[in-house]
Write a protein that binds this ligand. Structure first.
Ligand code: ADP
Ligand code: MG
Length: 686
C-alpha cells in the first residue's frame, strides 16, 4: 500500500486550478497525469529576459519583454503556414508575431488590433522583418512580465502554454510534503545536496546542479534499490542446476555457423544454468545481432536438462513472430512449442495449459499471460525476457519469483547502452554482449550532406523511387513547441508532394491513429514510396525494400538516436544509403558526431561516444526521446551517479534487509514515489 504521506502527490492533475478537460490530451501526451508527474516535469532550461522600450534596443536572438500595439491580423493564404499578427513598438518598428497550428486561436483573442500589449519572447529575423514566434507571454500591463525576468522553459505539447504549465508546477510544489531523508547522510553531506523538497523547489526556479543531481540520484537510487531487493530475494531462493547433453541442440540445422560472440554468450549462459543459484543474465545485442538463436540454444539446454522454458515477449505481435521463427527452427529437433497470449481462449488454451502442467509441452512463447495464476508449469527451468522498456527488467523479474523453485532468467535487449549505464539500469546482473554482427551484412553507406544541397537530395530521392525502391525522410524536432515541428514536417511533406504526388505519405504524433495506420500500411505494402515522419513516432515497420533514409538537421540528434533511425534501412539484400543533412552552423561536437556516424555502425561504440559527446548542459536543451529507462536522470547523470546509487542501495539492504529502520522506511516511501515499488512485496511487512 502506498504511504499516506504521498496521497496528495498521486492526486489527478485535474484537481489543480485551471486544468480542465481540454488540457487532458496535451497533458497525457507529456505523461502528466498526477501531481507527482508535474513536480518531476523539470524545466528544460531557463531564459533570462531583458525589458526593452523598443526593438532597436535589442539584438536578434535575444529574449525580451517589449510593449507592442497590433496593427493587423494575417491568416495564412493557403490554409498551411503560420498565422501572423503585425505589431508596432514604441519607436514605430514593425514586428511580426507568428503562430503555428491552434495557437492562432489564442492570438486572435489576446492581441486585438489597436490595443497595447506587453509581449515576452525571443526576437528573431524573418526575411527583412523582425518576428517573435509563439510569444511566451502576452499581458495587458508590464507588471506581471517585468517581475519574471528569469523564467523556466518546460517541454510542451500542442494546447499547453508556458504560463499554464508554470502555474501547474507552482500549485503542485505546494502539495509536496516534507519527507524523511532516504539518502545515506554521508553521501548527502559530501555532495552538498539539498533535502528532497528543497531540491524540487530549486530545480523549478533556476539552474541548480546540486538540486538536479539530487533528484536524479533519487531516481537512480530507487531503481537500484528495487533491483537489489529482487536480487536479494533471488539469492535466497532455490534454483535448479540444468546440464544439457546436446541431444536436441545437435539436431538443430542452422543455415549458418554461429558467430564468436554468439558462441561465447551461449557458453556463459550454459555456465550459469549448470549452477544451483538462479541465473540473472542480460544479453545485449543490436537489432539483427542474432539474439534469437542464443535464446533458442538456452531453451533447448533447459529441455535437455529435463525442464521447461518460456519466452516472454512485450507485445502480442512480437510473441507471434517469435513463435513462428522458433517453431521453424525447432522442426528438425522434434521439440514442441506452444503460443499463449491473452487472445487465446477456449479449447486450444485449455490444451496448452494442460500440456504445460503435465510437462508434455516443453516450450512456450507468449505475452505476460504466460505468468497468470491459471498457468502452471510442471517444471519451469528458464525464462527468457525479450526487450525491456520503461520500468526495466526488475518488474518482469518479479514474475519468476513465484514458484517453489526459481527458474533461471535471461533478459534480452536490443538497445546498446554504455557499460556505465548497464549498472544503473539493470543493477548487478551478469552481462553477455553480442558485439559482433553476423557476416554478410551490407554496410549502410552513410554520407553527410549540406542542407544547401537539398535540391540535389530531392532529385536523388526521385531517382531512387523511380528505380522501384522506397525511402524514409525524417524531420527533426527543432523547437520547444511540438506544433512547430509538425508544421515543419507538414511543410516538407507539402513540398515533396508536389514532386511525388500520392506516392508520399506523412506520419506524425498528432495524426489520428487510423490515419497513421493507413499511411504506414500504404508504405509497408509498397503503395507509397516515400514516408515523411517526425521522430516523435516510432517508425516501427520493417520494410526491406526501403533502402534510403534522409535525416534532416541530423546534428540535432543524439548518436544513439541516429543509429536507431538508420537501423530502419539495410534490412534487405539491396545496398542501403543514409543521408545526414546538416545545417550551416555546425558545432565542433556536431561535426564529430556526424563523422562518427559515417565511420561506424557499431551500436556499442556509438552509444559510448554519444555519452562522451553529450555535455551535461547540452541535454537540458535537447528534448530526450527514445527509450531512456529514466525520467528524471539524464544519461550523463546516470553514468556519473549510477555506481554510487548502487553501492548505497546495496549497503542499505545489507544493513536492513526488510527496510524496517527509519531510513529503510523513508526508502520505501521513495520506492512508491518513483514507482519502483514492485519489489516491496518481497519484504516482510511489505
Ligand atoms: P535480433 O538480435 O535482432 O533478435 P535475430 O535473432 O532476429 O536478431 O537475427 C537476425 C537475422 O540474422 C536472422 O535472420 C537470423 O537468422 C540471422 N542470423 C543470426 N545469427 C546468424 C549468424 N551467425 N550468421 C548469419 N546469420 C545469422
Ligand atoms: Mg529479436
Amino acid at each position: 500500500m502506498r504511504p499516506e504521506v504521498l496521497n496528495d502527490l498521486f492526486a489527478e492533475v485535474q484537481s489543480l486550478e485551471g486544468v480542465g478537460p481540454k488540457l487532458k490530451k496535451p497533458l497525457d501526451r507529456l505523461g502528466l497525469t498526477r501531481l507527482r508527474d508535474v513536480i518531476y516535469h523539470l524545466p528544460m532550461r531557463f531564459v533570462q529576459r531583458r525589458s526593452v522600450s523598443d526593438v532597436d534596443q535589442a539584438v536578434e536572438g535575444e529574449q525580451i519583454v517589449v510593449a507592442l500595439t497590433p496593427t493587423e491580423h494575417r491568416s495564412p493564404f493557403s490554409g498551411r503556414g503560420p498565422y501572423r499578427v503585425l505589431a508596432q513598438d514604441n519607436a514605430g518598428n514593425l514586428i511580426a508575431l507568428t503562430f503555428f497550428g491552434k495557437a492562432s486561436y489564442t492570438a486572435k483573442k489576446t492581441l486585438p488590433v489597436g490595443e497595447k500589449r506587453w509581449v515576452a519572447g525571443k526576437l528573431e529575423r524573418y526575411g527583412d522583418m523582425l518576428q517573435i514566434v509563439h510569444p511566451d507571454h502576452v499581458a495587458t500591463d508590464s507588471a506581471g512580465l517585468v517581475g519574471h525576468l528569469v523564467e523556466p522553459v518546460y517541454a510542451l505539447a500542442e494546447g499547453l502554454t508556458q504560463p499554464r504549465i508554470l502555474s501547474m508546477a507552482e500549485q503542485a510544489l505546494v502539495k509536496a510534503p516534507e519527507l524523511a531523508e532516504w539518502i545515506e547522510p554521508s553521501v548527502l553531506a559530501q555532495q552538498k545536496w539539498p533535502a528532497w523538497r528543497d531540491a524540487l523547489h530549486l530545480a523549478h526556479r533556476g539552474e541548480n546542479e546540486p538540486a538536479r543531481d539530487r533528484l536524479a540520484y533519487d531516481e537512480l537510487f530507487a531503481n537500484a534499490l528495487a533491483l537489489t531487493l529482487v536480487r536479494q530475494s533471488n539469492r535466497k531462493r532455490r534454483g535448479q542446476a540444468l546440464a544439457g547433453d546436446g541431444r536436441f541442440r545437435d539436431r538443430l540445422q542452422l543455415p549458418f555457423p554461429l558467430t564468436g560472440a554468439q558462441r561465447r554468450s551461449i557458453a556463459e549462459i550454459a555456465g550459469d544454468m549448470a549452477q544451483d543459484a538462479p541465473m540473472l543474465r542480460l544479453l545485449q545485442g543490436d537489432v539483427g545481432a542474432g539474439k534469437t538463436v542464443v535464446a533458442l540454444e538456452a531453451m533447448l539446454l533447459a529441455v535437455e536438462g529435463g525442464a521447461q522454458a518460456a519466452l516472454l515477449a512485450p507485445t502480442e505481435i512480437l510473441a507471434r513472430q517469435h513463435y513462428e521463427t522458433l517453431r521453424r527452427m525447432l522442426a528438425p529437433t522434434g521439440v514442441e512449442i506452444a503460443l499463449l497470449t491473452g487472445r487465446d481462449k477456449g479449447r486450444p488454451r485449455e490444451a496448452t495449459l494442460m500440456g504445460l502442467l503435465d510437462g508434455s509441452i516443453p516450450l512456450v512463447v507468449g505475452t505476460h499471460a504466460i505468468f497468470q495464476d491459471a498457468v502452471q508449469y510442471r517444471n519451469l527451468g528458464l525464462v527468457v525476457i525479450d526487450e525491456q522498456h520503461r520500468f526495466g527488467v526488475g518488474q518482469r523479474l518479479l514474475l519468476t519469483q513465484k514458484g517453489r523453485v526459481t527458474p533461471h532468467t535471461l533478459a534480452m535487449t536490443a538497445t546498446p547502452i554504455p557499460r556505465t549505464l548497464v549498472l544503473a539500469q539493470y543493477g548487478e546482473m551478469d552481462v553477455s554482449r553480442l558485439d559482433e554482427m553476423p557476416p554478410g551484412r551490407q554496410p549502410i553507406d552513410t554520407r553527410v550532406v549540406s542542407a544547401q544541397r537539398l535540391a540535389d537530395v530531392v532529385a536523388g530521392v526521385e531517382r531512387h523511387v523511380a528505380s522501384g525502391q522506397q525511402a524514409y525522410w525524417v524531420c527533426p524536432m527543432v523547437r520547444d513547441h511540438e506544433s512547430e515541428d509538425i508544421a515543419a514536417a507538414e511543410q516538407r511533406y507539402a513540398s515533396l508532394k508536389d514532386r511525388f504526388g500520392d506516392r508520399v505519405v506523412l506520419v506524425h504524433g498528432q495524426l489520428a491513429p487510423e490515419l497513421k495506420d493507413a499511411a504506414m500500411e500504404r508504405f509497408a505494402s509498397g503503395a507509397a514510396s516515400l514516408l515523411v515522419a517526425t521522430t516523435v513516432i516510432e517508425v516501427g515497420v520493417d520494410v526491406p525494400n526501403a533502402t534510403l533514409m534522409v535525416i534532416e538537421q541530423a546534428e540535432r540528434f543524439g548518436l544513439a538516436q541516429l543509429h536507431q533511425l538508420r537501423g530502419r534501412v539495410g534490412r534487405g539484400s539491396e545496398k542501403s544509403t543514409c543521408l545526414l543533412l546538416r545545417g550551416e552552423e555546425l558545432s565542433e561536437t556536431g561535426r564529430e558526431r556526424l563523422a562518427l556516424m559515417r565511420e561506424t555502425q557499431d551500436g556499442f561504440l556509438l552509444a559510448e561516444e554519444d555519452l562522451r559527446l553529450r555535455g551535461g548542459g547540452e541535454l537540458l536543451g535537447t528534448r530526450q526521446s527514445g527509450e531512456s529507462a529514466f525520467n528524471v536522470a539524464t544519461l550523463e547523470q546516470a553514468a556519473r551517479l549510477g555506481q554510487m546509487a548502487n553501492d548505497d542501495a546495496r549497503m542499505l539492504v545489507d544493513a536492513d534487509a526488510d527496510l524496517a529502520s527509519p531510513r529503510g522506511q523513508a526508502a520505501r516511501v521513495l520506492l512508491y514515489l518513483m514507482e519502483r515499488d514492485y519489489g516491496v512485496s518481497l519484504l516482510r511487512g511489505g
